[in-house]
Design a protein around this ligand. Structure first.
Ligand code: PMT
Length: 252
């Protein structure tokens, strides 16, 4: 049983990762499964809300009764949010948006022999990423096993900050962001509220067992614009979703 306390309210949720094309077969992404955002969309729909879910690629089924807009890249997600935010009452941005994208995605598959041909003197594979969790270095074969001339540099350019754009554009909407942090959660979360004109931010502790990316449970801390802070115990993403909606309803 769910109270219909979101009856008539329009709720916009973003979820999942974005994919930033390197070439037609490769992309940069992150570990978001979409579970947290989908749980919020589902909970809001069950409580009577009119829900639009803007989702990056995930392998989970969208909740029943929710209007789904599928996107791939951060630029597509930015467009979809701008197109759908004006009549929303509540916006919850759970998506893990790639901060950077390749400057010039190639129109055909990057070939190893071509990379070798243009970089005869380099000995390591190099990514010129700044601040983006591109890849786990340990998943690469030992650098020494590369041929001595294998080198590839991908120039990255910053993606738009969709949450900040929404903060600048919003009028009546209650705007909630998520912040996935491994350290300095409070400091980083509070800074984001101010910088992006948010009504609240959900600090998501990542890098600990059972919380954050891909798990069915989550450990979060709510920070509201008025200074209220609430830390939740480890709980299912479904439970976190309902508690989040309870708190948002109490504020609007
Ligand atoms: O999908 P799951 O596997 O269930 O995992 C859930 C989650 C860990 C992805 C989720 O709970 C979460 O923490 N989402 C936010 C992840 C994130 O990208 O945090 P951030 O600190 O990089 O971004 C902060 C906020 O700005 C987020 O609301 C994000 O949507 C937004 N953002 C970030 C960059 C950008 N270019 N545009 C944005 O709108």
């Amino acid at each position: 049983f769910h109270p219909k306390d979101l009856e008539g309210k329009k709720i916009l949720v973003t979820a999942g990762p974005t994919r930033e094309a390197i070439d037609p077969v490769r992309y940069i992404t992150n570990h978001s499964s979409g579970k947290m955002g989908y749980a919020i969309a589902e909970a809001a729909e069950k409580r009577g809300g009119l829900v639009t879910l803007i989702s990056g690629h995930t392998s989970i089924f969208p909740p029943f009764g929710v209007d789904v807009v599928k996107v791939t890249s951060a630029l597509e997600m930015a467009d979809a949010v701008m197109q759908n935010m004006d009549d929303a009452d509540i916006i919850i941005k759970v998506a893990a948006v790639a901060d950077y994208r390749p400057l010039e995605p190639k129109s055909s598959k990057i070939k190893k022999d071509k990379v070798n041909a243009v970089s005869e003197h380099s000995v390591s594979e190099t990514f010129s990423a700044v601040g983006q969790d591109l890849t786990d270095a340990s998943s690469f074969p030992d650098v020494n096993s590369f041929s001595a001339n294998a080198a590839l540099t991908i120039d990255l350019v910053e993606n738009p900050d969709i949450l900040k754009m929404a903060g600048e554009r919003k009028t009546k909407q209650f705007l909630a962001g998520f912040a996935a942090e491994t350290e300095n959660l409070d400091e980083n979360a509070l800074a984001k509220i101010r910088k992006k004109n948010l009504d609240m931010i959900v600090g998501n502790i990542v890098g600990v067992e059972g919380s954050g990316f891909e798990s069915d449970t989550n450990k979060v801390k709510f920070f509201f614009r008025d200074g209220t802070v609430e830390e939740l115990p480890l709980a299912s993403k479904k439970q976190v979703a309902h508690t989040l909606l309870d708190r948002i309803l109490a504020k609007i």
